[in-house]
Ligand binder design. Structure first.
Ligand SMILES: Nc1ncnc2c1ncn2[C@@H]1O[C@H](COP(=O)(O)OP(=O)(O)OP(=O)(O)O)[C@@H](O)[C@H]1O
Length: 213
């Protein structure tokens, strides 16, 4: 379980974006998180992905409290939670060809069989292998988002936060990426938090398991 309790977070002193938020994310399923624009969904995503330190409250990963966020989190804890954001372009280094985008987490964690895993991820996410040599500006948003999803699942995270992951994509790419994530739930037992302001998408994806912020 990835569990946040009593989260308080924000950016400017005295302005709370999250004010006492509680979220539980079990393994092996998709839970939806809905809420209007600006209510703090992305802020919550960043805290749960250990990328932002909350002002107060706790995050627990499989029963262990998180003590450090960002670089202060242990590699084991950081790699346990994957995240995909709405916009793929700011999420990648423009100087890296897609192959390196996929390789980076694998190399940083000292994984063996990197080329084989990259080939597997390419296949899994429906990313055309010929695109691996291209730079981000040479591919479409949908193709780049496939690469970002491949990178996010490269280390088989126990939890995956999809923050408006398909917000910029057409219906067929949306359906394809949702299928990839569902497959992770089935095969790896991943616990997924699907965040969107689009309640019908969440309902189609997570059924009645949708919480509201
Ligand atoms: N880096 C930042 N610095 C200052 N304020 C920020 C920053 N990021 C977000 N905010 C503010 O925090 C509030 C919540 O933003 P957040 O992006 O978490 O909401 P959201 O629910 O994800 O919105 P959306 O659905 O529009 O993406 C907003 O008022 C926003 O302006």
């Amino acid at each position: 379980m990835l569990r946040a309790s009593g989260l308080v977070a924000g950016y400017e002193r005295g302005k709370r974006v999250l004010d006492g938020v509680n979220v539980d994310l079990p393994r092996g399923g998709v839970r939806g998180l809905a809420g209007p624009s600006g209510c703090g969904k992305s802020t919550l995503a960043r805290v749960l992905a250990l990328l932002q330190r909350p002002w107060a409250g706790t995050v627990e990963l499989d029963g262990s409290p998180i003590r450090g966020f960002r670089h202060a989190a242990s590699r084991r804890q950081r790699t346990a939670v994957g995240v995909v954001f709405q916009q793929p372009r700011p999420a990648v280094d423009p100087r890296m060809p897609l192959r390196r985008v996929l390789e980076e987490p694998l190399r940083a964690s000292g994984e063996r069989g990197v080329p084989e895993r990259v080939a597997e991820l390419t296949e899994l996410t429906g990313l055309d292998g010929e695109l691996l040599g291209r730079f981000p500006h040479e591919v479409s948003d949908g193709q780049l988002q496939r690469a970002c999803l491949a990178r996010a699942i490269a280390l088989r995270p126990r939890y995956l936060i999809c923050d408006e992951m398909t917000g910029m994509l057409d219906a067929s790419t949306t359906a394809a990426l949702v299928r990839v994530v569902d497959e992770q739930v089935r095969v790896e037992g991943t616990g997924v938090l699907a965040i969107s302001h689009d309640e019908s998408l969440l309902h189609a994806w997570a059924g009645d398991d949708v919480i509201r912020l």
